[in-house]
Design a protein around this ligand. Structure first.
Ligand SMILES: Cc1cc2nc3c(=O)[nH]c(=O)nc-3n(C[C@H](O)[C@H](O)[C@H](O)COP(=O)(O)OP(=O)(O)OC[C@H]3O[C@@H](n4cnc5c(N)ncnc54)[C@H](O)[C@@H]3O)c2cc1C
Length: 231
């Protein structure tokens, strides 16, 4: 149910040059229920900004989001200026980009901070008895932009049905999990089950390009493609 939340900043962690992980502890109400993939609407005092929840939906007392502050608009500046302990408010949960609860194989395509809702979905799957294959292809420019590698490594160790690749568009960094090229090129070389569902998240031009590729080149039916644009 959509509610107003009062919370405070617990953690502000820099993940790469411009990307940060923010964790907020809930004060009132103290508990949140949401679906993996949904977002919160943060009150930034001069307006509102949407931020996808990156924590697992099984975590009810705090929420985490991963934010690229590169745009440096009022949302980025508000978050960067927040100090640990400082109060914030937001409305949540919002959005229809959610993990479908079925047994179809799932392919997650994220670019940049588009990993935020995808992380929540991956954790959600890993904490369930989901047994079909699931894949993460994460598009970034260079290896230096990567973060949370431990997360995906541990997930792959604990879930033999999970595999991941970092698709680096501007660098040839070596062997798997690194792939030199765009997500589309990696997809082209993967034998994917025809029943696969695709979850796409990132900036609008990239998400649109990926969606077009899935539909026209790989003949994926539109009803098997779910996406969130960060505009
Ligand atoms: C449903 C939804 C969920 C979102 N979840 C996240 C999330 O989890 N993490 C996250 O980092 N962002 C997320 N966003 C984007 C976020 O809401 C803001 O739009 C973004 O952080 C920019 O806000 P700003 O106030 O700093 O910049 P603005 O003042 O809004 O924009 C400043 C300038 O940067 C450009 N710009 C806007 N967004 C981007 C961008 N992403 N990259 C480069 N340039 C940009 C604008 O065109 C403008 O010129 C989400 C957006 C939507 C719609």
């Amino acid at each position: 149910m959509l509610q107003n939340y009062q919370a405070h900043l617990i953690t502000k962690e820099q993940l790469n040059q411009t990307v940060y992980r923010f964790e907020f502890g809930l004060d009132e109400p103290k508990i949140i229920d949401f679906l993996a993939g949904q977002y919160l609407l943060l009150d930034i005092k001069q307006g509102y900004r949407q931020y996808s929840i990156s924590s697992s939906s099984n975590q009810h007392h705090s929420v985490e989001t991963i934010v690229d502050t590169l745009p440096m608009g009022i949302g980025s500046q508000y978050l960067l200026n927040l100090a640990v302990g400082q109060p914030i408010s937001f409305r949540a949960p919002m959005g229809l980009f959610t993990l479908k609860s079925n047994s179809n194989p799932k392919v997650f395509l994220a670019t940049g901070a588009g990993i935020s809702p995808i992380k929540s979905m991956l954790f959600n799957l890993s904490e369930s008895d989901f047994s079909a294959p699931f894949f993460l292809l994460w598009g970034l420019k260079k290896q230096s932009a990567l973060y949370l590698q431990d997360c995906w490594q541990k997930l792959a160790q604990s879930k033999p049905n999970f595999s991941y690749h970092y698709c680096l568009s501007q660098e040839n960094f070596g062997q798997a999990p690194f792939f030199a090229g765009h997500i589309q090129e990696k997809l082209n070389s993967m034998p994917l089950p025809t029943t696969s569902e695709f979850y796409l998240c990132g900036r609008q031009p990239t998400v649109e390009a990926l969606q077009g590729y899935l539909q026209t080149t790989l003949s994926v039916p539109i009803e098997n493609i779910f996406h969130e644009n960060f505009t």
